[in-house]
Design a binder for this molecule. Sequence first.
Ligand SMILES: Cc1ncc(COP(=O)(O)O)c(C=O)c1O
Length: 480
Amino acid sequence: MGFVSNTNNNNNKALLSKIATNDGHGENSPYFDGWKAYETDPFHRTTNPDGVIQMGLAENQLCFNLIEDWIRRNPAASICTAEGVSEFREVALFQDYHGLPSFRHAIAKFMEKARGGKARFDPDRVVMSGGATGAHELITFCVADPGDAFLVPSPYYPGFDRDLRWRTGVELIPTPCKSSDDFKITRESLESTFEDAKSSGINVKGLLITNPSNPLGTILDRETIRDILSFATEKKIHLVCDEIYAATVFDKPEFVSVSEVLDEANTTFDRELVHIIYSLSKDLGVPGFRVGVVYSYNDDVVRCARKMSSFGLVSSQTQRLLSAMLSDEEFTSNFIAESARRLCSRRKAFTSGLARVGISCLEANAGLFCWMDLRRLLREATEEAEMELWRMIVSDVKLNVSPGSAFHCAEPGWFRVCFANMDDSTMEVALKRIRTFVFRCRKRWQLKLRLSFSSSHRLEDASMTPGVMSPRSPLVRAAT
Ligand SMILES: Cc1ncc(COP(=O)(O)O)c(C=O)c1O
């Protein structure tokens, strides 16, 4: 072939648009660098046991067998099978951007079930898109103009910088949440970021929240959701709620969706400002199917988004398959319950493995990841020190975890570690590597201590005195 060359990038750049060649994709972040490290040296139990283990990917691979069983029992639903081929022509021709009514109906029912049956969704408000990625861009296009801004409580999912900003020209303003508040969203931080933006002449058009949170794995309580709704209503800004992890809640307290709070009696929230983003990428574990949803309480937004959805429709074969699968109530009930059970036991196994070497995580009850606290391993409390530690974890320990700075976390030393995209034995290898790393660090610290106390020969005393130990090291104190 020989037409595509990498050597001519600068010349080609002039031929391409400014949007296509700017940094909006966000690929130059450590979040994506870690993926590249994995891709160049991927771990495999037998063929590459020293390779990088991918812990930077929020995939839910724990219940594939349940979906595979269903597909085997329902061969007609896949269409391109002997049992389904009679439907082939109709499905091959279908391209209405409203989507198959049976698909919208089945998705709305699944969304209700994923929220414990406590929320109601109208299939006529379901607008399809290519995953939540496409859904975020779609809603941003519908409600904001280039130069407008969205407030986003941080830490937040790094993909938002691409999804909401790149092609729309909209800006994101991180609203920092603090570890001293367990990273909860507070009215004060929303107010102050909003006022700061306004006084800098920025037109704040909306607020984007993620519940359950990626990367924290925590959920918002009802009071906080009410607070957020009243904030959006008072300021007359849109509230976009990403609930794509709704069914990953695996422990108490129960998940509360914004839809439930909106439906409470006697509220004065402006529903027309509220839009939910959903997808089957996490709850059902099928990101490759690219099924996303904008669910808006605003009729104009629904109409506009539906027309725009022409750019990111879900294939009609996928719609047909999922209509059948998600209408199977017994299957979906069992799937949601079993998935939560498996996520719960995986998280427990992983966090207790970390706890054994003195590493703690933010308390959480949802998601496919832990928010791991390595602050005491930092040389100093700076982003540079965080990156130094991150590089060591990726290149020496060979684990692709993601540093907090990639999530706009205001405090250095936090890392996101995904635990549901691998099998049990890979998780054990990862834990073993972390243990070895920790013991190695401990040895280094002990050597440092020995050197610094050699003149007074008081090592035993020193290592027993908390004030003399490095305040950053949980490892010196960790049980063996
Ligand atoms: C909070 C959040 N929103 C959106 C997405 C994108 O999801 P999708 O694969 O459906 O595009 C992700 C993926 O990790 C996510 O974590």
